[in-house]
Design a protein around this ligand. Structure first.
Ligand SMILES: [Zn+2]
Length: 170
C-alpha cells in the first residue's frame, strides 16, 4: 500500500519522524481555515512503521461534535471516537495524538497545550506514551503547522524535513 505523504517532520536526536499523509493534512487545513473565530481540533490516527520511530499519520478527525471551544482554547469532545478507533484498530491503526487550531495565531504550543499532552502521555486509557501534537496556526487563509511529541515528560518540537520523498511504502 502506497500512501501520499504531504509533509515530513523530524527530530533525529529524539528519534522521532512524523509523516503526515495528504488526507490527514487536508482535514486539518480545511477545518482550521473554516473555523475563523474559535479553535477547533480532533485526534490523529495512524501507526508506527517497522523502524519503530516513524509515525505515519494516516488520518485526522474532524471536530467531535461534543467539543467546546473559544477564541484561544479547545476542549476536544469524545463522541464517535471510541467506535472509530475500534474500527481502525482492525486495520492496525490507532490513536497517535491530537491536533487543534490557533485561529489568527502562531502554531507555537502553549503552556496549557503542553500540560494537556503530558497528561495524555501518562493516562493509561490512551495507551500512548509519546503522543503527537499538531497545531495549525492560521492567518488570512494560509496555514502554518507545528509538530511536537511528548517524550519522557518533555515537549520536543520537530522540524520540517528537507527530504523530498513524497510516498511511503507501508
Ligand atoms: Zn493550543
Amino acid at each position: 500500500m502506497i500512501e501520499e505523504i504531504a509533509a515530513t517532520f523530524e527530530h533525529l536526536a529524539a528519534g522521532v519522524v512524523v509523516k503526515l499523509t495528504e488526507p490527514a493534512l487536508a482535514i486539518i487545513a480545511r477545518q482550521a481555515l473554516d473555523s475563523k473565530r474559535d479553535e477547533t481540533g480532533g485526534i490523529l490516527i495512524g501507526r508506527y512503521q517497522d523502524d519503530g520511530y516513524t509515525a505515519l499519520v494516516t488520518s485526522a478527525t474532524a471536530r467531535p461534535n461534543d467539543s467546546i471551544s473559544g477564541r484561544t482554547w479547545f476542549q476536544r469532545g469524545v463522541r464517535g471516537l471510541k467506535e472509530l478507533l475500534r474500527d481502525r484498530w482492525r486495520r492496525g491503526e490507532y490513536y497517535l495524538g491530537e491536533w487543534h487550531s490557533h485561529p489568527d495565531g502562531s502554531p507555537e504550543p502553549s503552556g496549557n497545550d503542553f500540560r494537556e499532552m503530558r497528561s495524555i502521555s501518562i493516562d493509561s486509557s490512551y495507551r500512548c506514551n509519546r503522543p503527537l501534537l499538531i497545531i495549525a496556526g492560521t492567518s488570512a487563509g494560509s496555514i502554518e503547522l507545528s509538530v511536537s511529541v511528548i517524550d519522557s515528560g518533555r515537549l520536543v518540537r520537530l522540524q520540517r524535513s528537507k527530504t523530498t520523498s513524497t510516498a511511503a511504502a507501508t
